[in-house]
Design a protein around this ligand. Structure first.
Ligand code: CP
Length: 328
């Protein structure tokens, strides 16, 4: 008889209750302490997590693999290009078959208009939980690690001014999944959230509407600002990164022209000095250094980017335990 990571999928934090998310944060802090003390915590002995990547990764792959090993289980790495997906394995084969082999299926598919639909289709076909390692709409594990980092660095997010800002990058049309997941989660936790972005870099209207509702329910606030420096002013947390203008155009040449108008949207020391004197700078990485953010900031006193990257490990391990039914 097989046993499975039972419980629900993690596709967006919006589908988990606040109590469930609170538990994940509490347990992540405890797992971080246990790791620091060298205490064994092999609570997922014999469990296997399949990880299917349609897109490259450093942190997501490494943190899930390390996390499953530390929990006594195994993470199975699958690159879509070396599977039979190109020869006919659809979402149904992936969900049915990996669901029978494994205790959970984690997927990264960021293709615009495809990723979220694909992950939800696999989840329909799978008897085991499906974890979203980033799609075109959401990056829930990044947002959980970010929340943990904010709580560690700044305490209770209520009353914090949290600036989720666009920053310029020319490398490629980065997904909108990070800013969408971050505004959804920080508004759940009562922060005063600013979404600072040029008019061509809108996020999905339904995500913005959910964030407004979250802010009302949590007695926080949510506002949209179109001026880079206005977004910086007095902020406690500056989370500034690039994303694509896919809601404005699907044409690559046009999107490059649009981006080029905003080359001045770089976080440098002068801009960080406009924020609160104890402000922190966050970025999920990888960053386009000296394009999105100056070295003096990402390597400077404001930066918490490596704490964010570390917290991927602890918050993902806590989520895996929750999915395994080991937490209330
Ligand atoms: N932040 C993040 O998801 O990093 P990777 O793309 O390297 O996994």
């Amino acid at each position: 008889m097989q046993t499975y990571l039972h419980g629900r999928d993690m596709i967006t934090t919006q589908e988990w209750t606040k109590d469930e998310l609170d538990t994940v944060i509490d347990v992540a802090l405890d797992l971080k302490r246990r790791r620091a003390l060298g205490e064994q915590h092999a609570l997922l002995d014999n469990k296997v997590l399949a990880m299917l990547f349609f897109f490259s990764s450093t942190r997501t792959r490494a943190s899930f693999e390390a996390g499953m090993a530390q929990l006594g289980g195994h993470a199975m790495f699958l690159d879509s290009t070396t599977t039979q997906i190109g020869h006919g394995d659809t979402w149904k084969e992936i969900g049915e078959i990996l669901g029978r082999y494994d205790d959970g299926i984690a997927i990264r598919n960021v293709d615009w208009g495809i990723g979220n639909k694909y992950i939800r289709a696999v989840a329909e076909a799978s008897r085991t939980p499906v974890l979203n390692m980033q799609c075109d709409w959401y990056h829930p594990f990044q947002a959980l690690a970010d929340l943990l980092t904010v709580i560690e660095q700044k305490g209770d997010p209520r009353n914090l001014t949290f600036n989720m800002s666009y920053a310029y990058a020319a490398s490629y049309q980065k997904p909108i999944s990070v800013p969408q997941s971050v505004i959804l989660l920080m508004t759940r936790y009562g922060a005063n959230v600013r979404l600072t972005r040029p008019p061509e870099f809108k996020l999905m209207p339904e995500i913005v509407a959910q964030s407004e509702e979250n802010a009302k329910a949590s007695h926080g606030s949510f506002e949209i600002i179109e001026d880079f420096e206005e977004g910086m002013a007095g902020a406690d947390v500056v989370y500034a990164k690039a994303w694509g203008s896919m809601l404005t155009t699907s044409d690559h040449e046009e999107s490059a022209k649009i981006s080029a108008k905003y080359q001045d949207w770089i976080v440098d020391a002068r801009r960080m000095e406009m924020a609160d004197e104890d402000a922190i700078y966050m970025h999920p990485l990888p960053a386009d250094r000296n394009v999105e953010v100056a070295d003096e900031v990402i390597d400077g006193r404001w930066s918490r980017v490596f704490d964010q990257a570390e917290n991927r490990l602890h918050s993902q391990k806590a989520t895996l335990l929750k999915l395994a039914g080991l937490l209330p």
